[in-house]
Design a binder for this molecule. Structure first.
Ligand SMILES: Nc1ncnc2c1ncn2[C@@H]1O[C@H](COP(=O)(O)OP(=O)(O)O)[C@@H](O)[C@H]1O
Ligand SMILES: [Mg+2]
Length: 264
């Protein structure tokens, strides 16, 4: 069943994606749980005692200036780096302990490796083959990412925006319940950014959870339900969008206050 079909079969109450109530942990486990996560690289404390969680049906903006620790947090979450302390769990487990990670989590990190001489379609077919996903799903994700028109071109001829969409198409192959995106709007033009926001809203509307890291507030502000702000490795805010905004205060105002007004 796809995220969209699941949406139809869910009660309105369920879809609302209300935050986990303490004491109700058994009935609604968070999709992501980051607990007291610390990651050091030698002297550098990239992530410093960070705690937050995500529930299904929500888009969470993971915001902070360059160097704040966003990518490091995502890398630990995806099992690409080991925590120095604390833990980062997806669906209650460490990423590497998941049975079928591709069908649960789709991720697009900053450095996407595509074989430059391969076409986008071939790239996706290779991924599908490795993950034992039916080839027809490749056509579906090409359509979802709206890159059918360039699917047979070599990836080396793609713009950065097309590569972002190809990365997203790859992340969708397993029809995951969680999308983890690192700076997904890099290289997208304004039409692309708007498309991305709509896409993320729809994904969450179908019951999926999204964690989207960005240092550019405007890209994600209109798409998120919740905001986790990190600054110099430390959690600066973890709140619903409407808790941070309102009364003439914009998310940008809140963000600049929380991060000491540093723009990057
Ligand atoms: N592999 C690494 N080795 C050493 N330092 C690192 C490494 N990865 C990240 N860092 C440092 O950790 C901090 C956080 O980086 P990062 O997580 O990439 O931030 P962001 O994604 O928010 O821009 C930075 O000071 C960065 O230089
Ligand atoms: Mg980063």
């Amino acid at each position: 069943m796809s995220a969209t079909e699941r949406a139809a079969s869910r009660s309105a109450d369920d879809r609302a994606g209300s935050p986990l109530v303490p004491g109700d942990a058994g009935s609604r486990d968070p999709v992501v749980r980051v607990s007291s996560l610390t990651k050091r690289y030698g002297e550098v404390v990239a992530v410093d005692d960070v705690t937050f969680s995500l529930v299904a049906g929500t888009v969470t903006g993971f915001l902070g200036p360059n160097g704040a620790g966003k990518t490091t947090t995502l890398r630990v979450l995806l099992g690409l780096a080991e925590p120095t302390g604390g833990e980062a769990l997806v669906f209650g487990r460490r990423y590497r302990e998941l049975d079928q990670p591709v069908q649960r989590i789709g991720a697009v990190l900053e450095s996407n490796d595509f074989h430059p001489g391969r076409s986008g379609r071939d790239h996706l077919r290779t991924l599908a083959l490795a993950a034992e996903i039916a080839p027809r799903r490749v056509e579906e994700v090409l359509a979802l990412a709206e890159i059918e028109a360039v699917a047979d071109r070599r990836v080396k001829t793609y713009s950065l925006g097309m590569r972002q969409r190809l990365g997203l198409a790859g992340a969708l192959l397993g029809d995951p319940d969680l999308l983890v995106l690192d700076e997904p709007a890099n290289g997208l033009d304004p039409v692309g950014v708007r498309w991305l926001r709509t896409f993320l809203r729809r994904f969450a509307g179908g019951g999926g959870a999204v964690l989207v890291a960005s240092h550019v507030l405007a890209e994600v502000a209109q798409a998120v339900d919740r905001v986790v702000v990190i600054d110099r490795g430390r959690l600066a805010a973890n709140a619903a969008l409407d808790e941070l905004t309102g009364g003439g205060r914009t998310l940008e105002d809140a963000y600049l206050e929380l991060t000491g007004g540093e723009m990057s």
